[in-house]
Write a protein that binds this ligand. Structure first.
Ligand SMILES: O=C(O)c1cc(=O)[nH]c(=O)n1[C@@H]1O[C@H](COP(=O)(O)O)[C@@H](O)[C@H]1O
Length: 238
């Protein structure tokens, strides 16, 4: 049941569990109005499309995060398959290039207003300048992410995945309507882990992000449902 005061929650919980029952035990304690759910490579590989349907049946919008990065034809068919599943959002890697992103966008045309939001990953939030240099990219992560965000915008996609550190800049240079989805969110004091370009939930709200993706700080906490609630309270006060 949707909880009206929470409608429009900017939180997307990254449901990165190896255990389906543990994931559903958490999901069954929360309201669809409090967050959306992201199914990524781990759970999709383990449990397939039925997991997505199980979450949808419980009333949740699902972000299918499979970060497609392939030749245009394959990517287009994969994105259409995601749309057939009725997901709310799907993503590709912007570094797949303009022809790949255009093919992905065109694959969604037949779905009309039922098409999922199509967004592109710019520079993974786990990457820093050293990681980019190792790939032969001398631009800073923010500059490289901006280059890929501009390309994504030119291809007519709905938005990008980027770091919240880049959000206010991208809203300014690309436009307010272009959706910014930001992982690498770490409440003060929580483990950074493999993430590099991070912000707290409150900072992300102030930076103007549309959706923040939060995984381990919620799913690995002693009480995931209570942690989600605490974060929602903290951002309402931000
Ligand atoms: O596309 C993503 O969702 C994504 C892009 C990115 O640049 N960084 C990133 O962390 N993610 C995903 O966001 C989630 C972040 O999880 P935590 O680091 O546990 O909060 C993971 O499921 C990642 O796969």
């Amino acid at each position: 049941m949707h909880s009206p005061q929470l409608t429009g929650s900017p939180i997307v919980v990254a449901l990165d569990y190896a255990d389906r029952d543990l994931a559903l035990a958490f999901v069954d304690q929360i309201e669809p109005g409090s967050c959306r759910l992201k199914v990524g490579k781990e759970m999709f590989t383990l449990f397939g499309p039925q997991l997505v349907r199980d979450l949808q049946q419980r009333g949740f919008d699902v972000f299918l995060d499979l970060k497609f990065h392939d030749i245009p034809n394959t990517t287009a068919h994969a994105v259409a398959a995601a749309a057939d599943l009725g997901v709310w959002m799907v993503n590709v890697h912007a570094s797949g290039g303009a022809r790949m992103m255009n093919a992905a966008r065109e694959a969604l045309v037949p779905f009309g207003k039922d098409a999922p939001l199509l967004i592109a990953v710019t520079v993974l939030t786990s990457m820093d300048a050293d990681d980019l240099r190792g790939l032969g990219i001398e631009l800073s992560p923010a500059d490289q992410a901006e280059r890929l965000a501009r390309l994504t915008h030119q291809c007519g996609l709905d938005g990008v995945v980027c770091s919240a550190q880049e959000a206010s800049r991208f809203k300014q240079v690309i436009g307010q309507e272009f959706k910014l989805v930001t992982p690498g969110i770490r409440p003060a004091g929580s483990d950074v882990g493999d993430q590099r370009r991070i912000m707290t939930p409150q900072q992300a709200v102030k930076a103007g992000v549309d959706y923040m993706v939060i995984g381990r700080p919620i799913t690995q906490s002693a009480n995931p449902a209570a942690t989600l609630q605490d974060i929602l309270t903290s951002i309402r006060e931000a």
